[in-house]
Design a protein around this ligand. Structure first.
Ligand code: ADP
Ligand code: MG
Ligand code: MG
Length: 926
């Protein structure tokens, strides 16, 4: 496995072009298909599928796709095309002409085409498309005669000029105009002026004459600004457009986008040349986009929008409010507009039928583009649609029920990050879909929040003390705001980006947060804010959707993760799919219960020392401190006995909740000096209780100091130097167990010995545990307690002697935090200084404390599994480090043959999904 990883370096390949560079589609046939995304791009592959697959043969305007190979060639050869491209394009153009009965460039009967980009993965808005290519002073008169619709022809012409000037003459030529001075913007302004001059609101109200005049003015402006003529030749237009699409692959925006999304530069884009169909021929024509199911709620309802008398991008550009295709697609703005179903019932039914056929064929929710030309429907694009986490889960479950997909596919349909969206309280998508945001910003912290506006951190704290729910609204936050941020349900800032203070803090807490919402204006003096043109006062209710970055007026209904029936149902399916066990790291009965509810099958790490931290820790901590500063064994045993009832109760409460499921209880791990108090008052109280002088106590505390505590007197080392510490913990575990057994509750404690590096260490501890066991059995009269003794694997040496440890140990659990720390020689607490830079500078592919370093630390794990199981075939092996809930690490653990992963209760669902996905992926490889 390892050598494979090491040889994975990418090799630069010589570009050897295959013979075929162009793939035709149309007339019920296609040379490509959906599986050819790498070669034809997503758009081209799906156009071919829709046009040519025998189940579909949808009305797709004929055209052809120039492969991504050509793009790669173009960039590797100084922006030149392969020699045979020209003749291949000509040949395919001819086929299109034959099918449509029109001719490209013909003055009487001209064919117009669109030139569309399309990479393997969709890169929304990053690359370019040009419509109406082929309109020239030569073809316009004939086209007018042919269509008998001069307004339409001039409208198409002015659109061509606008797009062409922008994409080909400016962007592809590498011209970078100043803000707002781009040619597209300038021409847009001229269009606006024309509308104003004519006293109309929409471009549809401009006459043929207006549009003709505008086109002439456009051409003059283009010459002025760009110094070149708009080409009046169909061939020039076509090749200019093709070149511009290839050029757009290395446009600034596209390059930046690829970097963020991790899309390789070598992929290249394809170019689709396709017969134009016209949604702008009048009120019997239209263009629209739709989703085969609602992408926000996941409901199995056709959802889409369209514009009458419009072309392509108008729908997305938002120049007019689009109409809903049906009642299910209505929103606040469009509720009074006519639907496609009402306006063109036949076309709607046809579209609805296509929707069903497409879903059946692709077995997924699709995002489609369509155009209606004089009452005739055409399909222009389809692809698997983007969806939010909630919708992803809903659709996976629905499609499983509809028998559209199998259980294994359902499991793969939801990504871990999508599932994560559901683990935070969220806005009820149904309620949200009826509201319109008043402001929006960057989605810095997931989930939803509802609360009343407060403008300072102090107010947040005060209001929350009074029992209010608040949203803290700030210009920006700083460290002094922390308490208020903590108290608030959600945080909203007017400034700052994804790495601003508010964003970092909120993400760390998993708190709902929106940053950089620039429409928010704060008037601190008068305690008012303005969002867009709406005014709000302190105390007004608002709602945040931190997953999307939207702010709403008033309250929107919330859904908690626990109430989410869909989540539970989905996890049930994952649970029945996975082989890898999932446990939780939990120290309290509440956490244990939460994780059980999600399906956790035990506790992988219960830390005895947790009782000395946080809430209610004062008393046990005081006793522990007494024990720590004890000088003699008698003193120590005395304080240990005082500590005993706390330990027993704690263990008992958690064992009770887990009812028969295994609970791994780790013996005390941290270096004792960590618990020595620093404050004088506390030290004095301690001295008092022990009956020793303050000076004496100080001396004892001083002697505990270590210069490298993480590698010092901790873990099993404590249990060996002070066997009575091991003894008391073991007694607490067995007595708690015995008492529960007497109550009729099943228990299965697993005693885990930490920081082991030598088999003699555990061999020293085992007899202590066994003798306490015998004592407890005798004392309590229970027949037997099922239990196991195992060790944590967290020191590299322990990995190498796994065979020796397995002689006595019944289970192993990887402590990957320490194993990473000691394997790399990085102190986890100090690694913040350099690790971030290590990742940025690509020294490391990722932070190994977040995701297992599979190459190095992973090999330690593999060696351990192999050597351990050689000696003890059924050795139970798990992981309890932080990485146990991280998807890639879970998959690794599955492959490495571990029995289970264990993670914090909150991440249990993610681990369950990841384990199920690992199983499905491994199976499909076989
Ligand atoms: P994007 O990838 O940005 O969606 P497209 O290539 O899909 O770009 O095209 C942009 C718009 O133009 C879309 O609305 C599309 O439907 C429309 N369009 C593209 N080709 C044609 C055509 N041949 N006839 C009519 N409209 C088209
Ligand atoms: Mg598109
Ligand atoms: Mg450890």
């Amino acid at each position: 496995m390892k050598t494979q990883i090491r040889n994975k370096k990418s090799q630069k390949k010589e570009i050897k072009l295959p013979k075929k560079l162009v793939y035709f589609f149309g007339g019920g046939k296609a040379e490509g298909n959906e599986a050819m995304k790498n070669l034809l791009g997503g758009k081209g592959a799906n156009l071919a599928e829709m046009a040519g697959h025998s189940d579909l043969r949808l009305p797709v305007p004929p055209g052809f796709t120039i492969t991504t190979d050509v793009c790669t060639y173009y960039w590797a050869n100084n922006r030149k095309y392969p020699a045979q491209l020209k003749s291949e394009v000509e040949k395919n153009l001819k086929r299109v002409e034959e099918l449509t009965g029109r001719k490209f460039g013909d003055p009487k009967n001209p064919l117009l085409v669109s030139v569309r980009s399309g990479a393997r993965k969709s890169m929304p808005g990053m690359m370019e498309t040009i419509l109406n290519v082929g309109l020239t002073t030569k073809t316009i008169p004939g086209f007018i005669e042919l269509t008998n619709n001069p307004r339409f022809v001039w409208d198409s012409y002015r659109r061509l000029i606008m797009m062409y000037a922008d994409v080909v003459m400016e962007k592809a030529a590498g011209i970078e105009p100043e803000d707002n001075m781009g040619i597209r913007k300038q021409l847009d302004r001229m269009l606006d002026e024309k509308k104003k001059e004519k006293g109309v609101k929409n471009d549809t109200e401009l006459s043929a004459e207006d549009l003709k005049e505008l086109s002439e003015k456009f051409k003059v402006r283009i010459k002025e600004v760009l110094g070149k003529e708009f080409p009046d030749d169909h061939e020039k237009q076509l090749w200019g457009a093709i070149g511009a699409v290839f050029a757009s692959w290395n446009g600034k925006r596209a390059v930046a986008y690829r970097k963020i999304e991790g899309i390789p530069d070598e992929w290249g884009t394809a170019v689709n040349v396709q017969t134009m169909v016209f949604g702008n021929m009048g009120d019997d024509s239209a263009t629209g986009v739709a989703f085969t199911r609602n992408p926000a709620t996941g409901e199995n309802k056709f959802y889409g929008e369209f514009l009458l008398n419009a072309q392509g991008e108008d729908v997305v550009a938002g120049i007019r409010t689009p109409n809903p295709i049906n009642d299910d697609s209505k929103n606040e703005h469009s509720k009074n507009l006519k639907t496609l179903k009402e306006l063109m019932p036949d076309v709607y039914n046809q579209l609805d039928d296509i929707r069903n056929r497409l879903e059946k064929h692709y077995r997924d929710m699709l995002d489609i583009e369509f155009t209606i030309e004089k009452g005739k429907l055409y399909m222009l694009q389809c692809r698997v649609g983007k969806r939010n986490g909630f919708a992803a889960v809903k659709m996976a479950l629905d499609m499983l029920k509809e028998k559209m997909i199998k259980k294994e596919e359902a499991v793969l349909r939801v990504s871990p990050s999508q599932l994560d969206e559901l683990l935070h309280p969220i806005l009820d998508p149904k309620d949200e879909s009826t509201k319109k945001p008043v402001a929006s910003g960057l989605p810095a912290g997931p989930g939803g929040a509802v609360g009343r506006i407060v403008l300072t951190a102090n107010d947040a704290v005060e209001w929350v003390k009074r029992g209010e729910k608040v949203i803290l609204v700030r210009e920006e936050t700083n460290p002094e705001d922390i308490e208020g941020m903590r108290a608030a349900e959600g945080i909203l800032t007017a400034r700052g980006g994804m790495t601003s203070h508010a964003a970092l803090v909120a993400r760390g807490w998993g708190k709902c947060c929106i940053v950089g919402a620039s429409q928010v204006h704060i008037d601190l003096k008068n305690k008012k804010i303005k969002m867009g043109d709406k005014e709000f006062s302190e105390g007004d209710w608002i709602t945040l959707n931190g997953t999307k970055g939207n702010v709403y007026e008033g309250k929107i209904k919330m859904l908690g993760a626990g109430e989410n029936i869909l989540l539970k149902e989905f996890l049930k399916i994952c649970n029945s799919t996975r082989k890898l066990g999932v446990r939780t790291n939990a120290d309290t009965p509440e956490d244990a219960q939460k994780a059980r509810d999600f399906g956790a099958e035990g506790i992988g790490l219960f830390r005895i020392e947790h009782m000395f931290y946080g809430k209610n820790s004062d008393e046990p901590l005081f006793k522990l401190r007494k024990m720590i500063v004890s000088k003699t064994k008698e003193e120590r045993v005395k304080s240990l006995n005082e500590l005993f009832p706390y330990m027993k109760k704690d263990i008992k409460d958690t064992l009770r909740v887990m009812k028969g499921l295994p609970v791994t209880i780790r013996l005390i791990d941290p270096p004792l000096h960590e618990f020595v108090p620093h404050n004088e008052e506390k030290l004095k109280a301690l001295a008092n209780d022990l009956g020793i002088s303050f000076e004496e106590l100080n001396k004892r505390a001083e002697s505990l100091r270590e210069s490298n505590p993480m590698m010092g007197h901790r873990g099993v080392r404590l249990g060996i130097t002070y066997p009575e510490i091991t003894e008391i913990q073991t007694r607490a575990i067995f007595e708690a167990s015995a008492e529960l057994i007497k109550e009729g509750i099943k228990v299965y404690p697993e005693i885990m010995i930490p920081v082991v590096s030598h088999e003699k260490e555990v061999e020293f501890i085992i007899p202590i545990i066994k003798s306490v066991y015998d004592e407890v059995i005798k004392k309590t009269g229970v027949k037997k307690i099922d239990y196991a003794i195992g060790t944590m694997i967290e020191v590299p040496r322990a990995c190498l002697i796994a065979d020796k440890l397995a002689q006595t140990m019944e289970f192993f659990s990887f402590g990957t935090n320490d194993l990473t720390q000691m394997g790399f020689g990085y102190s986890r607490d100090d690694s913040g200084v350099f690790l971030k830079e290590y990742v940025e500078k690509k020294i490391l592919p990722a932070d190994p404390f977040q995701t297992i370093d599979q190459e190095g630390i992973g090999e330690f794990i593999e060696i351990t599994v192999e050597r351990g199981r050689k000696v003890r075939k059924n050795l139970k092996i798990g992981i309890c480090g932080e990485q146990g809930g991280e998807p890639a690490s879970v998959e690794f653990c599955h492959k490495a043959g571990l029995n289970y992963v264990s993670c914090s209760p909150f991440r249990v669902p993610i681990a369950i999904l990841s384990a199920a996905q690992a199983q499905v992926k491994a199976q499909s490889k076989k």
